[in-house]
Design a protein around this ligand. Structure first.
Ligand SMILES: NC(=O)c1ccc[n+]([C@@H]2O[C@H](COP(=O)([O-])OP(=O)(O)OC[C@H]3O[C@@H](n4cnc5c(N)ncnc54)[C@H](O)[C@@H]3O)[C@@H](O)[C@H]2O)c1
Length: 436
């Protein structure tokens, strides 16, 4: 099948590559000329495990092309998948300018029937807006489908190849048939497609992210309570996670959620509710708890070293918002670093793959140095703070850490270590919600 994917970011590139890998002819469009140039030169602009090999293989086979040519992209696929960004607007609502611009471009150039499926996360009612934009531009027939994406950065290829569910918000039988054909290779052992109304599909994506964010904020609040009561959140987590109604996934306390999705989607869902004159009190609390939690590591550091941190230097391990990605959008590390530098400290930070992105973001910011190894970050530092749960941080050489730090103290935003082990090594340990 000929498929066009509009936007080659984390979602678009993975979608395009995986669809090409099952034999489709995929045309990936992006307006970012530099990104397209790099992709055509065999460079992968993002870090995503397993992606590079799939992109290379399919690009070389001629099934995956990258271009900035809008007219050619519209001509290519009966199916047009929109995967452009929907960043937060000033009032927290999703900014639809890229989605609607993509729809307008399709409308301007289409000459025959097209299915326009939105993989971007968009508020309820967006499909209607897309339809209106298309009607303004074309007399040709079309169908608009909501096909929200549920892949996780860091496991995006695996998630796309083996999806737990594929949501299709659609009424048009021809469009549903086309998408069933597209997704058939990804659900060979059981049916994963759930067809529903367009508005329900649009809301499902926000509901999923809000629910996941709720679990995190819930655990963070209980972690803070555990500290006050002398309980251990890790024991509590195991205790409640063993209940099959609750389950063990997404039940970890930490330094607050970040990333390109949860913060913006939790905000956008509240805006949608406000526009419908409804209040989402649980979701509002989830966001408020997270706002506080993003500062929890800095608060612990200040309790230990004092409010003013002038002359102090802290090593930070992990900058990406989670492991196995280079994405630093809304990463908790950014709040921590801003808090430390704002209190007069210097920061020496390391991330296994997000160093490049960190240098782009921090540039020459005074007080922040991005270094190329975990041990380089420790040199001359007063203490260590861990923000991302990278594999290489899970069992480090504690003696070497202790030898390099001025104060042997670890502030662990991911609860990676056993408090008893660190105590026996003479390292002060400050995890989240644990009994030390
Ligand atoms: N990143 C994730 O893990 C994830 C998961 C599920 C859903 N989503 C949703 O998917 C959407 C895309 O997210 P992302 O992280 O891939 O974004 P991204 O910022 O990585 O990529 C978006 C791409 O779209 C391009 N673009 C913008 N306007 C365009 C246009 N008119 N024509 C062609 N290209 C255009 C940009 O240049 C950019 O390369 C968002 O709505 C997001 O909420 C993201």
């Amino acid at each position: 099948m000929n498929v066009t994917v509009i936007g080659t970011g984390y979602v678009g590139l993975v979608t395009g590559a995986c669809l090409a890998d099952t034999g489709n002819n995929v045309f990936c469009l992006d307006l970012d000329q530099d990104k397209i140039r790099r992709l055509n030169a065999g460079e992968i602009p993002i870090f995503e495990p397993g992606l590079e090999a799939i992109v290379k293989r399919n690009h070389e086979a001629g099934r995956l092309q990258f271009s900035t040519d809008v007219a050619a992209s519209v001509a290519h696929g009966e199916l047009q998948l929109i995967a452009v960004g929907t960043p937060p607007d000033e009032d927290g609502s999703a900014d639809l300018q890229h989605v609607l611009a993509a729809a307008r471009a399709i409308g301007k150039h289409m000459k025959s029937y097209r299915v326009i499926a939105t993989k971007s996360t968009v508020p309820v009612g967006t499909a209607d807006k897309i339809s209106q934009v298309l009607k303004d531009e074309t007399k040709a027939e079309f169908a608009v489908v909501s096909n929200p994406e549920f892949l996780k950065e860091g496991a995006a290829v695996e998630d796309f190849m083996r999806p737990e569910r594929i949501i299709l918000g659609a009424e048009d039988a021809r469009a549903i048939a086309l998408l069933r054909q597209l997704y058939a290779p990804f659900q060979r052992n059981r049916e994963r497609i759930i067809v529903m109304g367009v508005r329900s599909a649009e809301l499902t994506k926000y509901a999923a992210n809000a629910m996941l964010a709720t679990r995190i904020s819930f655990m963070n609040e209980l972690a803070n309570l555990s500290e006050a009561l002398g309980a251990d959140i890790e024991d509590v987590r195991r205790g409640i996670g063993s209940d099959s109604r609750i389950g063990t996934h997404f039940l970890y306390a930490g330094a607050g959620y970040g990333g390109s999705c949860f913060p913006k989607d939790v905000k956008a869902l509240q805006r949608t509710a406000a526009e419908a004159r409804r209040e989402l009190r649980v979701v509002a609390a989830v966001e408020a708890v997270n706002e506080t939690q993003r500062h929890v590591l800095a608060a612990k550091i200040k309790r230990r070293f004092g409010e003013r941190l002038n002359g102090k230097c802290f090593a930070v391990w992990g900058l990406a918002f989670k492991a196995n990605t280079d994405d630093m959008r809304e990463a908790s590390s950014r709040s921590l670093i801003a808090d430390l530098v704002g209190s007069g400290a210097r920061v020496r930070a390391y991330d296994p793959v997000a160093g490049h992105e960190a240098r782009r973001l921090f540039g020459d910011s005074p007080g922040v140095e991005i270094v190329d190894s975990g041990f380089a970050a420790l040199e001359g530092a007063d203490a260590l703070a861990i923000v991302t749960e990278w594999q290489e941080f899970r069992s480090p050489d504690f003696a070497a850490i202790k030898a390099r730090l001025k104060t042997p103290a670890i502030f662990d935003g991911r609860n990676l270590y056993d408090p008893a082990v660190l105590r026996s090594l003479g390292i002060e340990y400050h995890p989240i919600g644990r009994k030390t």
